[in-house]
Design a protein around this ligand. Structure first.
Ligand SMILES: *Cc1c(COP(=O)(O)O)cnc(C)c1O
Length: 341
């Protein structure tokens, strides 16, 4: 397979159209068999449920080339399961989990020429999503839906080296206590745009959201879960019903316990404790872990001992071990790596 002529190392995180995408349609209570198409556009009625009432959810994952030359994805079964939960909460029909994984495999295989080579740091980002596609004007669920998967090559996350982030405690809330914070719905992102642009305007990289009910507990950022390391080297991550269950974070907890022999705690984390932690990172598919160097709470700074120039030592070990597993340099727990080719 001849690869596309792309400068992998200098790719950013943006949309690059690839050759094929998967489309399946839901109508009269059933999914059609679906298949690949070269048509990168979507044509729907002006009154579609997604356009009027934001009935849509998505997933995000990566395909990449391992050290021994296989094209793989990481734990796609968990993306399938999470999308099922998102669909149920939004009154959307579930796309069966095994067919979800099969659609991801087909789409990546059809765009093999866009899967970056091993060692480039770049990956093929995979975006499964679903939306209500028929006309609804009264507020109710759509009766027709489209499930799609497209891919786009993205560059190395830490281009030009790791730069710890400066984040602020945000005065806006991300998710209500019994709302939709735990599902991957577009609506959670639409309403976070003002807060993130405001953070950028004030010179911060990200927002730390606190729990909406008491504003005393750490939730997450707009698109990544927190992971902290205590001074005695325990890994701590917030537990809450209103954060998105990150697959990266869940995997890192297994890595911490099983590979690094560290103690792990998933529990409520009060903002008051944050100043006592030794390291802080943000976990998600895009970066695996981005280190946080500084948190600013209305002018009061918390500076982590790991500083503003590198990852903390335990964060680095977690990062190296998980990326080692993903890239095939370390043995993966059973079922974590889905080989596509
Ligand atoms: C997608 C997402 C994450 C990260 O999840 P991964 O499965 O690790 O990519 C974290 N928080 C939010 C709000 C998200 O949407």
């Amino acid at each position: 397979m001849e690869k596309k002529n792309i400068d992998w190392a200098n790719l950013g995180f943006g949309y690059v159209q690839t050759d094929k995408r998967f489309v399946a349609n839901y109508k009269n209570g059933a999914w059609d068999e679906g298949g690949l198409t070269t048509d990168a556009t979507v044509t729907i009625t002006e009154c579609a449920g997604v356009l009027q009432y934001a009935q849509t959810c998505f997933e995000g994952m990566k395909a990449y080339t391992t050290e021994d030359g296989h094209i793989v994805t990481f734990r796609p079964d968990l993306n399938a399961e999470r999308m099922e939960n998102s669909c149920k909460r939004l009154e959307m029909p579930v796309y069966p989990q095994d067919k979800f994984v099969e659609a991801v495999v087909q789409t990546v295989a059809a765009n093999e020429a866009y899967v970056p080579p091993y060692g480039s740091g770049a990956t093929l980002y995979v975006r499964p999503y679903m939306f209500g596609s028929d006309a609804v004007i009264g507020v109710k669920p759509s009766s027709e839906y489209q499930f799609r998967v497209f891919t786009t090559p993205v560059g190395p996350y830490f281009k030009g080296g790791v730069k710890p982030l400066t984040i602020r405690v945000c005065d806006y809330d991300r998710a209500a206590p019994h709302g939709t914070g735990h599902i991957k719905a577009g609506l959670n992102y639409a309403m976070s745009l003002y807060a993130i642009m405001d953070a950028h305007r004030q010179g911060f990289d990200e927002n730390m959201y606190l729990d909406a009910a008491t504003r005393t507990k750490v939730e997450e950022t707009g698109g990544a879960n927190f992971l902290f390391v205590t001074k005695d080297n325990k890994v701590v991550t917030p537990k809450s019903n209103s954060i998105l269950p990150s697959i990266t974070r869940r995997s890192l907890l297994v890595v911490a316990k099983e590979y690094l022999g560290l103690e792990v705690e998933e529990r409520e984390v009060f903002f008051d404790e944050v100043k006592n932690f030794a390291e802080c990172g943000l976990c998600g598919t895009a970066a695996v872990i981005s280190p946080v160097g500084k948190i600013v709470d209305h002018g009061k700074e918390i500076c982590f001992p790991s500083g503003m120039s590198e990852m903390g030592p335990t964060t680095k070990k977690l990062y190296d071990t998980l990326t080692g597993i993903q890239m095939g340099r370390l043995e993966a727990p059973k079922g974590w790596i889905k080989v596509i080719k």
